[in-house]
Every structure is written in structure tokens, then in C-alpha cells.
Design a protein around this ligand. Structure first.
Ligand code: FAD
Length: 497
């Protein structure tokens, strides 16, 4: 069959199609960032819509668009050796192009957000409004999930910040869609876990890029004070709050990875030891904030604004850490951590991460059962927790949210160290299951973000009353279930209910 595919090499030089491409290589073991699953796809190919036509004429072939492979649970690798893997990053038909009177830019589905940032700021002085914390992710990959960070409270997730998509559906058709035209497909694809089509182009909303950012962290010993302040900040009108609001918890110890040292923004900022021993809570909470400003608008303006807002917050005295940096440096802040993690070998080790959206009504229970008990010793990586406003999400997309006007993103970003004695990956995966089960047993209102289930029953429960619509869209746009089998929602040729 491989020989047959190679014989068909010409079929991928079809310039009439949006996704032009070539066979790259095959039978290589492919992993994702999670490092928990691997597979040898039938072939890895450069983008080609012809791949979809080809797969639909075979009884078993599937097609997976691989962004940067930063999924955790095998979502961007094919489930078996009957898969064609499309390397979206190699797909650069055009660069970032201004559109709509300079209010949007058109970008490739396989573009990395860090490249979009640099191109927008350097060429046009503009920038997208809504980001992820880490920008080594592709446009199509985050739009297939949501795309959240500290700007989401104001502008919504990345799925709320695109006005048009070009999509190659599972039928092999190239369709331009928006909230006005082919809106069914537009909303299905956003947060659609790659099930309905391959995003080849996105029109992303932009605004003037600020020059500078004041990055601030303050610490709380009480969760109630932390959530009260975070919720106050995210419900203030624009211009009367910070431009970025996130938060995380850490262990109340001097452990370099899990403890107080993870809070400081510069190496010489470690707080007075008396501050660190003032609370006997096992975990503490850090609110992470940022204010944008321009170079001309000298630092006294940002000082005044920051002081006015910080005065209203109830963080612990002497726990304010701040640093000023350029907007690009701020948005690329995780890149530095990536470099260090690559240098000490933990970037390529497995990452059994767990991401959840937890309703405001359940976040206090989550703190009690999970943060203060199961995770009281830390996880060897960041434990993010911060609130988001539901009103900034478009309920017509495929993303599934918990109940309530406010919900929290909880991101347990575990790093394993192959060179140190640490819990096994299997134990960490088991702990993720335990957290999920504790939430279910205690009736917490939550949904998985970047969801992952192994059974159809799990998916049905995840989607709840939105499941029939999801199935209907699948039967309309990918009736043979060719696309993104790594999500394990549908099986090839069998959508079923
Ligand atoms: P992949 O993992 O390659 O693909 C993800 C899914 O989307 C797969 O099913 C794939 O088939 C499908 N897909 C990929 N490209 C396309 C396309 N063009 N069209 C249709 N389907 C496609 N998420 C956040 O929201 N906020 C964060 O701050 C954040 N930080 C992260 C930091 C790190 C270090 C990592 C590893 C992940 C982070 N994520 C974050 C999660 C990230 O959004 C997901 O991993 C997402 O899948 C994007 O990664 P990717 O581009 O590599 O996509």
C-alpha cells in the first residue's frame, strides 16, 4: 500500500486544491508533547486536500492535521498505522496579511503564534488581542480547542477572536466560513477538536500593539481573598483594571520548583524569610497581573494606575514583585522556560497534564479537596488557577463550558524529570484520574479543557445536551470519520450515536 501511495506521488501536486503537498516520509515513530502515546503513521505528508480524497477512497485511511504536536493524550497523532499525518507547520502559502481595514490579519492554520506575533508587531505595529501563555502552538491547533490566557477575561478565548476561516472539510471541500457565511461549519470547527475540517487560514482580530508591560505578582495565604480579588479585577470595565489577570498556587516552602522561588520575577527578589513563614497553610496563591503602556506614556502613568488598583487588593504585605519588559518579551516569557527545560532534558520527557474548567460555584471545593489535599506537595510544574467570564465565549462554538457566569481555568502542568527520583508517569496519570473522580464524587461542576476520553460514553457526558449537534455536524462535514482519529471520539466509517 505504501508503494501504491508512492506511485500516487503525482496526486499531491494538484495546484487546484488549497492544500498542495508532497509525501514526506513514513513509518517513523511519532509522539506528542504529552509523551504518553506514540504511533507509526502510514505516511507523514505535507498538506494536501487530495489526502482527504485519497483517504476517503480507501477503506481504512484517516487524516490527522498535526499542528506543533503539543497535545498531551495523542490527539495529534493517528491512532494506528492507517493514518496520514499532515504536517501543518510546513504549510506556508502566504505570510501574515492585513485585511478588513487593518482590523484583522489573515494567517495560515499551521503558523506558530510566536511567528504571528513577531510579524504583526514588526511589520504593522499591531497584535492579536487574545493569546495563550506559550506561543509555540499553531493557529489551527489552539482554535480547535479554545486558546486561553490572561487576556481571556476581557477579549474571550482565541476562538472568540477570529472572524473568518478557510477550512478543508472531511468531504475534501474547501470552504470559507464566518458567522454570516457557512456559519454551521465556522462554529463547529472552533473548539471542534479537528473533527470537521482542517483550518488552512484564519482571519484574526488585531489591535495596536503596546510597547511595554508592567508584570506584577502578589501573594495570598487565603484562597477566598485570592478569588475575591481576581473576580473583582475581571469584572471591572476596560481601562479600570489590569490588561492581563492570571493566577497560580504554590507550595508554602522554599522548594525551588514548587515553592516560593517560583513566585519571584527576578532572581534577586526572594522575599524576607519572615514573610514566607507568616502563614501555616500548605499552599499559597499568587495573582499574576500585567498593565500595558507606551514608551512615551512614561512609567509614572503606569505607576499611578498600578498603585490605584493594587490598593484595593488584599494580598499579603511585602509580597509584591514586579518587572517591566517589552510587550514581545512578555508574550514570549515561556520561551525562556522552554529553553531551560530543553537544556536540562525535561522538555522532552512525558507531561501528564490535566486541564479543567471549574465553575465558580465549585472552585472553593476544588481548593479544599484537590489543591490543599491531593496537590499540597506540588506537581513539579505550574498549577494555574484563574477566573474567566463566560460572557466572552460564543456559545455557538463546539467548546463545552461548565455552568455559571464565571468559571476558573485549572491547569496542572506536570513536568517529570528522568534524571531524578520522582513519581512514575503512571502514578501521575493515576493522580489525574483520582482528581477527576474526586470532582465527580463530590458533585463539582466542571468540564475538561483539551478534553480526553477513551469511551463514547465519556464523550457523550462531556458534551451533554450538545452531543446530538456535534454528531450531526460530524455526519455533515466528515461522514466517514476520516479526520483527527487521535481524539478517539468517532471511529472510521462509523459515527453512530
Ligand atoms: P496539535 O497538538 O498538533 O493538535 C491538536 C488537535 O487539533 C489535534 O486533534 C489536531 O488534529 C487538531 N489540529 C491541529 N491543527 C489543526 C488545523 N489546522 N485544523 C484542524 N485541526 C487541527 N492552551 C491554552 O489554551 N492556553 C495556554 O496557555 C496553553 N499553553 C500551553 C503550553 C504548552 C507548553 C503546551 C504544550 C500546550 C499549551 N496549551 C495551551 C495547549 C494547546 O492549546 C494545545 O496543545 C493545542 O492542541 C495546540 O497545540 P498544537 O498547535 O501543537 O496542536
Amino acid at each position: 500500500m505504501i508503494a501504491y501511495l508512492e506511485q500516487q506521488h503525482d496526486f499531491v501536486h494538484d495546484n487546484d486544491t488549497t492544500l498542495d503537498g508532497t509525501i514526506d516520509y513514513h513509518s517513523t515513530l511519532i509522539k506528542d508533547f504529552g509523551g504518553l502515546h506514540s504511533t507509526s503513521p502510514f505516511a507523514v505528508i505535507r498538506p494536501s486536500s487530495t489526502a482527504i480524497h485519497f483517504a476517503s477512497h480507501s477503506p481504512t485511511l484517516t487524516v490527522t492535521a498535526r499542528g506543533n504536536g503539543h497535545s498531551i493524550n495523542g490527539q495529534s497523532i493517528s491512532t494506528n498505522n492507517h493514518g496520514l499525518l499532515i504536517d501543518m507547520k510546513s504549510f506556508t502559502l502566504h505570510d501574515v496579511v492585513l485585511s478588513n481595514n487593518n482590523t484583522t490579519v489573515d494567517v495560515n492554520g499551521g503558523a506558530l503564534w510566536e511567528d504571528v506575533l513577531k510579524s504583526c508587531v514588526m511589520n504593522y505595529g499591531l497584535a492579536p488581542r487574545s493569546w495563550t501563555d506559550y506561543l509555540g502552538l499553531t493557529v489551527g491547533g489552539t482554535l480547535s480547542n479554545g486558546g486561553v490566557s490572561g487576556q481571556t477575561f476581557r477579549y474571550g478565548p482565541q476562538t472568540s477572536n477570529v472572524t473568518e476561516l478557510e477550512v478543508v472539510t472531511g468531504n475534501g471541500e474547501t470552504v470559507v466560513c464566518s458567522s454570516q457565511d457557512n456559519s454551521d461549519l465556522f462554529f463547529a470547527v472552533l473548539g471542534g477538536l479537528g473533527q470537521f475540517g482542517i483550518i488552512t487560514r484564519a482571519r484574526v482580530v488585531v489591535q495596536p500593539a503596546p510597547d511595554m508591560v508592567r508584570w506584577i505578582r502578589v501573594v495570598y495565604s487565603e484562597f477566598e481573598d485570592f478569588t475575591r480579588d481576581a473576580e473583582w479585577l475581571i469584572t471591572r470595565p476596560e481601562g479600570e483594571s489590569f490588561d492581563y489577570v492570571e493566577g497560580f498556587l504554590f507550595v508554602n516552602s522554599d522548594d525551588p520548583v514548587n515553592g516560593w522561588p517560583s513566585v519571584v520575577l527576578e532572581a534577586d527578589q526572594l522575599p524576607d524569610p519572615s514573610v514566607m513563614t507568616r502563614s501555616d497553610n500548605p499552599v499559597m496563591y499568587c495573582l499574576e497581573l500585567a498593565l500595558h503602556y507606551s514608551k512615551e506614556n512614561c512609567s509614572s502613568t503606569v505607576d499611578t494606575m498600578a498603585t490605584r488598583l493594587l490598593e484595593r487588593l488584599r494580598f499579603m504585605k511585602d509580597t509584591l514583585f514586579k518587572v517591566d519588559l517589552s510587550y514581545i518579551e512578555f508574550l514570549l516569557r515561556v520561551k525562556e522556560a522552554e529553553k531551560q527545560a530543553k537544556a536540562n532534558g525535561i522538555w522532552d520527557a512525558p507531561h501528564p497534564w490535566l486541564n479543567l474548567f471549574v465553575s465558580k460555584s465549585s472552585i472553593s471545593d476544588f481548593n479544599h479537596f484537590v489543591f490543599k489535599k491531593i496537590l499540597k506537595d506540588g506537581i513539579g510544574g505550574p498549577m494555574l488557577v484563574y477566573p474567566i467570564l463566560r460572557s466572552r465565549w460564543d456559545e455557538r462554538t463546539s467548546v463545552v463550558l461548565p455552568d455559571g457566569d464565571i468559571f476558573y481555568i485549572v491547569a496542572l502542568l506536570r513536568f517529570t524529570n528522568p534524571y531524578q527520583k520522582s513519581p512514575s508517569v503512571r502514578d501521575l496519570v493515576a493522580q489525574n484520574h483520582e482528581i477527576f473522580q474526586v470532582c465527580v464524587r463530590n458533585g463539582l461542576n466542571f468540564k475538561l479543557y483539551l478534553p480526553h476520553y477513551n469511551t463514547k460514553e465519556g464523550w457523550k457526558q462531556h458534551f451533554g445536551d450538545r452531543w446530538p449537534r456535534f454528531v450531526e455536524m460530524k455526519s455533515r462535514y466528515d461522514p466517514l470519520a476520516i479526520l483527527a482519529p487521535g481524539q478517539k471520539i468517532f471511529t472510521r466509517n462509523n459515527i453512530g450515536e
